[in-house]
Design a protein around this ligand. Sequence first.
Ligand SMILES: Nc1ncnc2c1ncn2[C@@H]1O[C@H](COP(=O)(O)OP(=O)(O)OP(=O)(O)O)[C@@H](O)[C@H]1O
Length: 843
Amino acid sequence: MNPVNMGTSEIVESMEEFDSGLKMDEHDGKRHMLKPGQICSIEDDINQLFEGIDVRTSGRSSGLLQKVCKDSLRKSAMKRPMRPGSSQASGIGISESVSLKQALRGLCISQASEMAAMKRLSKPGGSSRASEAGTIKRLYRSVVVEAGESGLALNEGKGNLVEISLVPEGSTSNFSEKMSESGQLPEVELLNQSALMGEDEIIPLPNHGGYEISLAKLGRHGKPKLTRSSSSTHASEKQTVVDEIVPALAEVPVKPVEPDKEQKGKLHFTSSPSSDNNASNNVNKSASISRHIIRPVFRNKNSAKNKEKQDSTSVPSSSNQSNGGVDNNLGPITSKENEKSSVSTTTKVSSEVSSNATDSGPGKPVLNSNISNRTKTVVSKSDENSRSREKGEFSQSSKSSIGEYSSSTSISEESTLSGSSRSGYRPHMSKDLRWEAIRYVQKQHGSSLGLRHFKLIKKLGSGDIGTVYLAELTGTNCLFALKIMDNEFLVSRKKMARAQTEREILQMLDHPFLPTLFAHFTADKFSCLVMEYCPGGDLHVLRQKQPNKSFSEQAARFYVAEVLLALEYLHMLGVVYRDLKPENILVREDGHIMLSDFDLSLRCAVNPTLLKSSPTVESPKRESSPCTESSCIHPFCLQPSWQVPCFTPRLISAATKTRKLKADLAAQVSPLPQLVAEPTSARSNSFVGTHEYLAPEIIKGEGHGSAVDWWTFGIFLYELVYGKTPFKGPGNEDTLSNVVSHSLKFPGSPIVSSHTRDLIRGLLVKEPENRLGSVKGAAEIKQHSFFEGLNWALIRCAIPPELPKVFDFGNVLADMSASQNKESGRCQEEFKSTGEHMEFEMF
Ligand SMILES: Nc1ncnc2c1ncn2[C@@H]1O[C@H](COP(=O)(O)OP(=O)(O)OP(=O)(O)O)[C@@H](O)[C@H]1O
């Protein structure tokens, strides 16, 4: 949370509040807004009332008591409705009434309303002197859009859609400027979204067009331990196909940056110099954003030297030192000169978001969704993998990712990327010693982080765009997963955009079930990502080790629940993951999961909405009413209605009774609205994913959106419980055709509960629009009976089905020196001997 925002006052509004502000004129019957100056009239009314009470109670109450009551009433009148348990709201002078607060507070509508208010006030002509009640009403109307009828009390739940507009439709920059001037940045605290957040910490979400959403985030435990459970070499036959689209150039708003003299021979492809260390900078940044065309440019050392002179005035700075010293050399190229010079080696950044996501005004990035040059190359990643992977060292799976890939990026604003990428600026990881270690090394060596600071211990695996090593930050006993990518290779294979996407997404993440990116830097011709190391292998390997190669439903529920939360968070950030499969789910040392591998993800705009849930049951009153019909047809009604009125509750079964009791209780408590942050407007035509996991709409090339993640989620659950995927054919083509045309079938064995099958069925609906999760995203899926009883908020504290072998971290490096130094030496030698011309095995 930005410090600037910390002081932002909470506004809680309610219809009661409006009612108090709206006074019916007895004479003309019109409703008038009560202006601040009219508060005294309320006071007068109350005084009058009190007089009445005085008269009535004079004989019974002591004068003192009356005085106390009167005083308190007067105070109440002055303070406006205040009920037990409600917190006093301030902000722009709006107090709250508790019932609405109960209904909305947890779902941040108050903050959203404040935001909406600020937004409105920031508009030209908006009067900051508007009456308080008027402001409330305007706020209410701006925030709460009641479907059907306007002016309906918010707590009269009828399942209406309440929409919070978090994306400014208009003057983002103006707004941001105003906010920065006033020192206030509206934010939405997504309270009650326990799945996404913790109770104690707030993290910034990417800036949605100038507005910052804050999420309270989960804390996380986790120290790296050197252990590998990857002795098995189970290879699935799933193949990776990379089918690339060279996407169209995207017009992306980025902040112009200062030249950096130290950028020679380095890769530049970011729009986010991660240099801003305070919130106001963030705010100012969004205010100063201008549109530039950025193109990722690769320069090898030699070409960089040649171009150094001509680029010297335009090479962007990544402000390494200000980023906690973390080398952050991936800066944007913004000048025309660079555009020119980069033509031959550029991978253009394209964008694929729906018109919905892009047409909403200058507050949102305008993206070029044309795909200019589509080259379709199918590469069998399994072949590459089989070449590159060392047998028995790490999980082998040929379930590989297909990518007729377009980078599909709607990179909105640099603050989106830099906001959480600042070293240590990730609340759930901020106390992690690895940040300290990195800072320590930088301090010691007085330089930015580079490959020389790492001791490569062993190769963890190779992917489509790079090789991942277990690496120790020299002299710190801290282990990291170091992903090293060869820039020349990326450029030549047109994979630069994928690398960029992955890095940008990693920079945004701050979630217990997603990896933390500690640093990134370029070293000679390599781009390196310093990530959290996950020692427990992947779920593919773990599944192979299970009896019958499938997980129990209980275990599966744990893993899919954590994956669901990770996906929910990603969707909330505007990231459609697209490559869910057990191979991409790593197991942490504490047994919890980490979803990895974002190079095929789609970035898009997201517009969180608040859905007001409606009670699904009849009101208790109605249910307990006697049958008044002359002929009762209630199935449980045993007594003829003409003799004795039948009271349904007395005659229903025990189970039904319990259900009804629960329903009654639920009906009495206003159901909380649901926050839905599903990027439903995201659209891509890329052919990406993994054959067995590909959604039908991707195969059919119809264009796809976030619903593909719910399809893959269904396949994932199926594979965990049945030990295989549902549509796999003898070859990839068969698999694809099965996905499109075969109906879903469940094997007779193992026996799987109807809840699980029902959830899978809901997720594996071929039409994306009818698929579970397609409308309300994870919120919808979480409510499925498969997850009944699961405590989403505390899942990170749940005991995982399996713990990877635990090593004493203190001894890890010592152990390593004995058993693994050999390999470590080999990895180091590999670098030393080959120098800048080092070739990775995978390439
Ligand atoms: N943070 C990490 N901790 C431990 N092992 C990791 C980590 N990240 C990656 N790995 C291992 O390194 C391997 C290569 O990862 P990488 O993300 O580069 O490629 P990939 O998952 O095979 O997919 P893709 O080819 O799509 O990039 C993975 O299979 C995984 O086993």
